[in-house]
Design a binder for this molecule. Structure first.
Ligand code: GLC
Ligand code: CA
Length: 249
């Protein structure tokens, strides 16, 4: 490569020299002069010069065509609440007669309900006097005489029932009401005869609700049965004592 450059340079120099010499040679016939030395023939064209330096940066090209639609971006944050919409059109005017009739029906129904409630209260009182009290799905029925705990179990069992044993406040209140109405304390179907200190229902299950009076139960092995006072509170007492018997269905 270097050699080629050198050769090109030399060739160029010679060409220029020859050209320069030729230029100085005036090929005009001199007057009275014998043109002895003829001008040399014109030299051949020299080799093309070296490539020039890179030109200046071109102008910015035109904008390309629009690319294809990209995939959808992530869901943006929730926007602010929009303004309240315009008020809707006014509704049709209600029929006054219909409204009056509807009000009359409501009043009649209210009166009917009041009468029904009155009747329920009367039936309820009559039931209690007959020894019945219904609370939720439980029916309590008072037996006419006071008996021992063992006798009470037999009486209820004969009627396909168990001795009353309240398992919540409502049931306890129902028995309290019966005790007040009959003015007598009632035996509950609860005892700790099997295990001292562990009170159970007749089916052997431990009690899930109690309403002991202050300092009760206190009878240890001497008091294994339970009564409910007229104030609704409980006391353990000897099972041989006689108390009002109430069965539950
Ligand atoms: C009293 C006691 C009571 C006991 C009962 C026995 O009322 O307060 O705890 O069970 O006597 O008769
Ligand atoms: Ca007691």
């Amino acid at each position: 490569m270097h050699l080629l450059d050198t050769f090109q340079f030399l060739t160029l120099t010679v060409s220029l020299t020859v050209a320069s010499d030729l230029e100085t040679c005036e090929c005009k016939p001199k007057i009275n002069t014998c043109n002895v030395v003829p001008c040399g023939l014109p030299g051949s064209n020299g080799l093309p010069g070296r490539d020039g330096n890179p030109g200046p940066k071109g102008e910015k090209g035109d904008q390309g065509e629009r690319g294809m639609l990209g995939p959808p971006g992530k869901v943006g944050p929730m926007g602010t609440k929009g303004d309240l919409g315009p008020r809707g059109p006014k509704g049709d005017e209600g029929k006054n007669e219909d409204l009056i009739s509807l009000k009359a029906q409501v009043t009649a129904l209210q009166e009917e309900m009041r009468m029904l409630q009155d009747n329920i209260n009367k039936y309820s009182k009559a039931m209690i006097l007959s020894g019945f009290k219904i609370v939720n799905e439980k029916w309590f029925k008072v037996h006419t005489s006071e008996e021992t705990f063992e006798e009470g179990k037999k009486i209820c069992s004969k009627n396909g029932a168990l001795m009353a044993a309240p398992q919540n406040v409502l049931e306890n209140q129902a028995l309290e009401e019966l005790a007040q109405n009959f003015n007598k304390d009632i035996y509950l179907g609860i005892s700790d005869e099997v295990t001292e200190g562990t009170f159970r229902y007749q089916n052997g299950q431990n009690i899930i609700y109690s309403n002991w009076a202050e300092n009760e139960p206190n009878g240890a092995r001497k008091e294994n049965c339970v009564e409910i006072y007229k104030n609704g509170q409980w006391n353990d007492r000897p099972c041989t004592d006689k108390r009002l018997i109430v069965c539950e269905f």
